[in-house]
Design a protein around this ligand. Structure first.
Ligand code: SF4
Length: 402
């Protein structure tokens, strides 16, 4: 298995909390798409032709490229693409003809599995029935709608460009357009919203015909308007207590509604977990295209230039447009522990030992002794984080890394 991520770095307006790479100027959108297609060709490099040859050699190569999830380069080399993900930025700002161009080029350069999960992120205000029907026609089978809140005051505070009304219409249109696999995003830990209002938001969310929910606490990232306002004391800092309380409320409500808490920020009905994002947490290789996109092969991580103009120029002039780092053995171990602790399945001690050796497994078990046992569960060969532990995940993880 392997995934492909396409970054669409255009937004209508910058939200106050956002530090993802995105720009408001859409003048170079078409050129950007042409450049993406060029990047597919550079990275694809006869991917389809090589797939067959490489799979014949795979048994020999696999010895070298073992990865925690049994993926790594071996998975990359042998596999078809099983997930496509258009994220941003705001992919739904792209007109249908440009999305179609990208998809055609993707299918030309890569071997995409027939049953691949194909997701596009969309903002509610662009979710007209007509547009969503076109997305469906193009082959997207999963839509992730950036709702964040149903409350107009909260949306305005966050700097979003949609209203509470747009959110319900977006879901309705997605259903009418034929999307069955719908995900929504929510943000919690917002000072101006009371716990009662949060209860109401959760009720609304779980009353919708959605199969997946991602929820993030509002965090103060550098280079954001939120950071600036808080530093200038024009806004109160995040109330961590409130945030934790809201996270617990969310976990309880999700459980009541049959949603599986499969990753710290993600909840899904059975069989509706995000396959693409699960690739990240499983250590499966993925290739990212576009400005600021990241790629991971199991042993290397690379990231494209975070600047649309420079990205377009570099790719078109055949100049380096990404940086790459080779992960040391310890870094690979840290990556495995860090990502797996976020998931419901947790750390598989047998796999940990197979991939990193007995010594590392013992190191992990020794470090675990520093953690209060109410925050984790060690059962058979698995170590998972409890509900209480999830609220302290950063602290716990820190103690388990090398
Ligand atoms: S729409 Fe999304 S990517 Fe764009 S600024 Fe807002 S949060 Fe960031």
């Amino acid at each position: 298995m392997a995934g492909i991520y396409i970054h669409i770095p255009f937004c209508k307006k910058k939200c106050i909390y956002c530090n993802f790479y995105s720009i408001m100027n859409t003048k170079r959108m078409e050129e950007y798409v042409e450049t993406l297609i060029k990047e597919f060709k550079v990275q694809g490099l006869g991917f389809k032709e090589k797939l067959e040859v490489r799979s014949q050699k795979s048994e020999v190569r696999s010895q070298k490229y073992i990865s925690p999830a049994g993926g790594g380069l071996r998975g990359w080399i042998n596999s078809k693409i099983n997930t496509l993900y258009f994220g941003g930025g705001t992919p739904s700002l792209l007109p249908v003809n440009l999305l179609e161009k990208i998809l055609n080029a993707l299918y030309e350069n890569f071997e995409v599995a027939d049953d691949a999960e194909s997701t596009i992120e969309a903002n509610p205000e662009q979710c007209s029935l007509e547009y969503l029907k076109e997305l469906k026609r193009l082959g997207f089978n999963r839509i992730s709608i950036g709702i964040q809140s149903f409350n107009d005051d909260v949306l305005q505070f966050l700097g979003r460009t949609h209203s509470g009304k747009d959110t319900s219409l977006a879901i309705e249109n997605a259903r009418k357009a034929g999307f069955e696999n719908i995900s929504i995003d929510l943000i919690y830990g917002i000072d101006l919203r009371s716990l009662q209002d949060w209860t109401q938001e959760l009720k609304t969310a779980f009353g919708l015909p959605v199969k997946h929910l991602s929820a993030y606490s509002l965090t103060v990232e550098e280079n954001t308007l939120l950071h600036k306002k808080i530093s200038q004391q024009k806004m109160p800092n995040i109330d961590e207590e409130q945030s934790l309380q809201e996270m617990m409320m969310l976990m309880n409500e999700a459980e009541k509604n049959g949603f599986i808490h499969y990753e710290v920020s993600n909840f899904a009905l059975k069989d509706y977990h995000s396959k693409h994002n699960s690739n990240y947490w499983n250590g499966t290789p993925y290739l990212g295209f576009g400005a600021a996109a990241h790629s991971f092969t199991g042993k290397t991580r690379s990231w494209n230039i975070s600047n649309v103009d420079k990205y377009i120029q570099a790719v078109n002039e055949n100049k380096p447009y990404y940086e790459m780092e080779h992960l040391t053995f310890d870094e690979q171990y840290n990556e495995y522990v860090l990502l797996r602790l976020r998931t419901k399945e947790g750390i598989d001690l047998k796999r940990l030992e197979d991939c990193f050796g007995k010594e590392k497994k013992e190191y992990f078990l020794e470090s675990l002794q520093k953690i209060n046992p109410q925050y984790y569960k060690h059962q058979f060969q698995y170590v998972t984080i409890t509900k209480e532990g999830l609220t302290l995940l950063d602290f716990i993880t820190e103690n388990l890394l090398i």
